[in-house]
Design a protein. Structure first.
Length: 89
């Protein structure tokens, strides 16, 4: 009887080892949970960036003010009749 109980205890320990530390065990599940959380955070940031870019594209398609702002700040352009002043320290 003692040998059967000892064999069952050994079998139980081996199954627990496989459950917690084996391939596809809890250790892998925890690692996948962390990877999912990291990817979810990254997706949220990318969705916000895409929303911002989409709003900018819509603004550029519909309004001339956004195009003018881009031309002024990125390309240094000025309107006809305006005077350009450059201040140097």
């Amino acid at each position: 009887m003692k040998t059967i109980i000892a064999a069952l205890i050994v079998l139980f320990v081996l199954l627990q080892f496989k459950l917690w530390l084996g391939e596809g065990g809890m250790k892998d599940v925890w690692a996948l949970d962390e990877a999912i959380a990291a990817q979810t955070d990254k997706n949220v940031r990318l969705k916000e960036r895409n929303r911002t870019l989409s709003a900018e594209v819509d603004d550029l398609k519909q309004g001339l003010e956004a195009i003018e702002e881009r031309a002024r700040y990125d390309l240094g352009m000025i309107r006809e009749g305006e005077t350009f002043f450059q201040v140097v320290d």
